[in-house]
Design a protein around this ligand. Sequence first.
Ligand code: 26A
Length: 351
Amino acid sequence: MCDTKSNSSNVREGILVGCGNPLLDISATVPMHFLERYGMKEDDAILAEERHMPIYRELAEDYQAEYLAGGSVQNSLRIAQWIIGQPNVAVFFGCVGKDKFADILREKARAAGVDAHYQVSEDTPTGTCAVLITGTHRSLCANLAAANKFTIDHLEEPENRHRIENALYYYISGFFLTVNPPSIMRVAATAHAKQRPFLMNLSAPFISQYFMTPLLDVMPYVDIIFGNEAEAHAFATAQGWPADNDLREIGKRLVALNKLNTGRPRIAILTQGCDPVLLIQHDSVQEFPVTRLTVDEIVDTNGAGDAFVGGFLSQFVQGKSLDVCIRCGNYAAGHIIKNPGCTYSGSPEFV
Ligand code: 26A
């Protein structure tokens, strides 16, 4: 049975397509010296190197880790589904292994109402992400494993090609640039050919540092770009923009980057923790306040950015105004912070 609640929305199935890395989060509260030992920073997200591999076992054996459905895009789609309250509006593509972790992800996606169509790697385990919680901060270390095996063939299968053609909105994270840029370009080109919005996320500072070339390749297709302040600053630095650029200026430069469909100018939506969300269009910057949670209310901030996007998408696919989309993003992020990982409890209370 699907645990999404029915509400008044009436959205066509399959209207939203997302591609990403399906990861199982292994989450635990750890002392600061744990991060230091692995050369990790608070609130960062990195790809696991050989030296990080012991983390996953350590979390399970010494820190009573919790196992939670994760993966950035999949998180956003689960949250969008929770708020829309009608299953199979969102379709997800990504690659998993043939194992218990894949079964958990499949079940969590299904229960949330996400129509997940995983490519399956026969010989590589499902990807995991270590989530190291230190107070109100979280640091992510992703071991992509099977997620990294995604190939464009999966999107070329006739049913999946049909699903992509059938959608009206597309969302892919910057994280997926580490896996398969040709797939991103394929989806972006379809969106462009059909004049449908293509949304993307800067995802993490390392994406701008190390994947700028494929990021700039896709940027002309991007109608809406999401990011937080650290990600926006990393993009600016990698572009050689003035170091003292404030977030508003970075946003204006982001929306001014080359765009194919000039009839629909790019929009940037930049979050900054509990400070206001910035909506940048042309030369204008609007602020949307965020309700500040008390330290006692915060369970963990893992998934807050994904939930923001999920809340936004839930309204965007219903044709709501940007104002409503952003308010719903803030609502969803606030809810997720009060729950472990990117999980929700009860029915959504966004009006
Ligand atoms: C390529 N990388 C590093 C990643 C991720 C990722 N999802 C996709 N690709 N690194 C962390 N995550 C996910 O981000 C969520 C929090 O925003 C984690 O699985 C976590 O659920």
